[in-house]
Design a protein around this ligand. Structure first.
Ligand code: GTP
Length: 391
């Protein structure tokens, strides 16, 4: 039944909307890259610069309001607005052009904060009776800075602020004692000299906490990597262990069930390995196992995966299925073991191995295919060893 026109229009609009979404997302991404930079760190710096611009803009609007109301001279507000605009533009341009990357602290946090405090001091001078409110801005600049700056820079900024604000307060108290009464300025300065060091010391603690967290995160990542290695790799040979090979087999089966490529499984077992252990000792036996793993890595196809199934038994996932030439990698290994001793320290050891190969068949479990490969391996052992048998 055809859609009524109104419903069809809605359905069309939804379809158009769905189609447009990726286009809009791409456009937003492109605009974001253009305005803020495609580089993650530079983008963050540009965002901070634009956030600062936003704060400047709000403060300037408030100052213009004061000027309009005749609380102080509106002419100076214009000059201050111009100065704020220039500072913001200069820092944004430095970040967007990549000029900031020439410096050891590319966030330019310290110079930005010093400019901000200078502008706050200027605002303090022109704000007349509204000047105490500027003290909050001076504290805010330090708070902003503590997220971006090293502790010693925060202390430097704090000292600069105290010296600058002290000088401004003295100047104002001398030139306009009615609006800036000296005894009140002393109180303002005392408050500033108490609050700013407190914020700065908080910043030092915050920094130390952040560094501790970063160190812990790095240690955790290293430990996680170690756990991952221990959980998936065999300690002696460095090959995938039995558990990981089962996971890889499960992945191959899932891929096959979804119409993916065929594969076969081989179980390879070293021949008379017990006698190597008995004659030369366990350490040499370990070297032989490692040597065998190295040969497997070197001679199997890159698409084949070999893992240690346990003891002197190895499992190989072979890409493709019989009657394809699945054995070629194992034949190369056999030739190599025949030509060069597996253990350089004990060259008299001539290692051979037997293998059972079988294709994975649709609907089988891991255990089904392994069991058939094991039977083929049994056949190979009973047929005289040093050979592969397919089932
Ligand atoms: N050195 C060493 N030996 C191991 C390790 N794991 C298992 N073995 C030894 O491998 C030997 C396996 O012996 P058997 O199962 O009798 O097999 P085989 O001597 O290879 O005889 P066939 O398989 O019939 O040719 C045992 O002596 C185990 O102790 C290991 O990690 N290191």
């Amino acid at each position: 039944m055809p859609f009524p026109p109104a419903r069809k229009a809605i359905v069309d609009a939804i379809e158009v909307g769905k189609a447009a979404r990726p286009v809009m997302a791409r456009a937003a991404q492109r605009i974001g890259d253009l305005v803020l930079s495609a580089d993650f760190k530079q983008r963050r710096r540009a965002i901070v610069a634009l956030m600062t611009a936003g704060v400047y803009a709000i403060c300037i609007v408030i100052l213009f309001y004061g000027g309009e109301r005749g609380i102080f001279d509106p002419g100076w507000t214009g000059v201050l607005a111009l100065a704020c605009g220039s500072v913001v533009t200069a820092f944004y341009a430095a970040i967007r052009s990549g000029f900031n990357l020439r410096f050891s602290a590319p966030s330019l946090a310290l110079p930005q904060a010093i400019c901000a405090q200078t502008l706050v001091a200027a605002a303090y001078m022109i704000a007349g009776p509204a000047h105490p409110s500027m003290l909050a801005l001076a504290a805010m600049v330090i708070v902003f800075g503590m997220f971006e700056m090293r502790t010693r820079y925060v202390w430097l900024l704090m000292r600069y602020t105290l010296v600058l604000m002290g000088a401004v307060m003295v100047w104002c108290a001398l030139h306009d004692p009615l609006t800036y009464p000296p005894e009140v300025e002393v109180i303002h300065y005392a408050i500033l000299a108490t609050v700013l060091p407190a914020i700065s010391s908080l910043s030092a603690q915050l920094r130390a906490m952040r560094e501790r967290l970063q160190k812990q995160k790095a240690e955790l990542e290293t430990a996680l990597e170690k756990i991952r290695r221990v959980a998936t790799l065999d300690e002696l040979t460095g090959l995938p262990n039995r558990r990981h090979m089962r996971e890889l087999l499960a992945e191959h089966i899932a891929r096959f069930d979804r119409g993916g490529p065929a594969f076969a499984v081989a179980l390879a077992d070293l021949d008379h390995f017990k006698s190597i252990n008995d004659r030369f000792g366990h350490a040499v036996g370990d070297d032989v196992l490692t040597g065998f793993a190295d040969r497997a890595r070197a001679h199997l196809r890159t698409t084949d995966i070999v893992g240690r199934w346990g003891g002197e038994e190895f499992v190989i996932i072979l890409a493709g299925s019989p009657p394809a030439d699945l054995d070629s990698g194992m034949e190369r290994m056999r030739r190599s073991l025949r030509d060069t001793p597996v253990c350089a320290d004990v060259p008299e050891i001539r290692l051979t191995f037997s293998a059972g190969v079988t294709p994975y068949r649709e609907g089988e479990s891991i255990d089904d295919v392994i069991e058939r490969a094991d039977k083929a391996l049994y056949d190979a052992k009973h047929a005289g060893r040093d050979r592969s048998v397919s089932r």
